[in-house]
Design a protein around this ligand. Sequence first.
Ligand code: ADP
Ligand code: MG
Length: 209
Amino acid sequence: MDTFKLEQARSWILTAAAALEKNSALLCDLDAAIGDGDHGANMARGFSAVVKKMETNPPADIGALFKSVGMTLLSTVGGAAGPLYGGFFLELGKQTVGKQELDAAMLVSILEAGLADIKRRGKAELGDKTIVDALTPAIETMKGAGSDVAAATRAAAETARDAAVKTIPLLARKGRASYLGERSIGHQDPGATSTALLMESLAEVSAKA
Ligand code: ADP
Ligand code: MG
């Protein structure tokens, strides 16, 4: 696949919503170990609101779609991850105003802008045991994977999944898990795991084109 179209962007969000719903208990369990146990419920609730909004108000271009996702996540998901993912999608929307399709290089560059927004808001760096630890290597992989969107997103999804597992030995330095200090070691980060699910959904819908 050479371009990522509005239809795929829409499917990405629907597929992600289903994946987050399906994995809600897993994400809550991961969060219960090093946080307050609400990450899965937060994400499932937010994406369910996003899907409803998309159905009642179908966006005309990719920018409008991502903007609506961002606004809805900001208004429905509390905690740390809500504003971070909300800001991420708002940034994706800013980068894609009026667009009907994106090539692989553009997809990489909008994800980079989204990651930069997460780092600006959350002040997390690589290795702090957060969303950043899954998203950063996934985007790096995508960058080196060439111009085929399906192949690039598949490679990125695999990297994100491995990267989420690699958060297990890390000491949390940001968010609620950081209050545990050394006791955060030995547990997989819930936010890195939800990012891996988002990347997996992106790869799935890109493969279908
Ligand atoms: P809360 O911690 O407020 O209950 P969630 O449970 O929904 O929020 O989300 C927790 C996840 O948010 C963590 O697993 C981590 O990946 C992510 N997170 C927390 N703080 C930050 C931050 N400053 N930067 C990036 N990600 C963060
Ligand atoms: Mg939580």
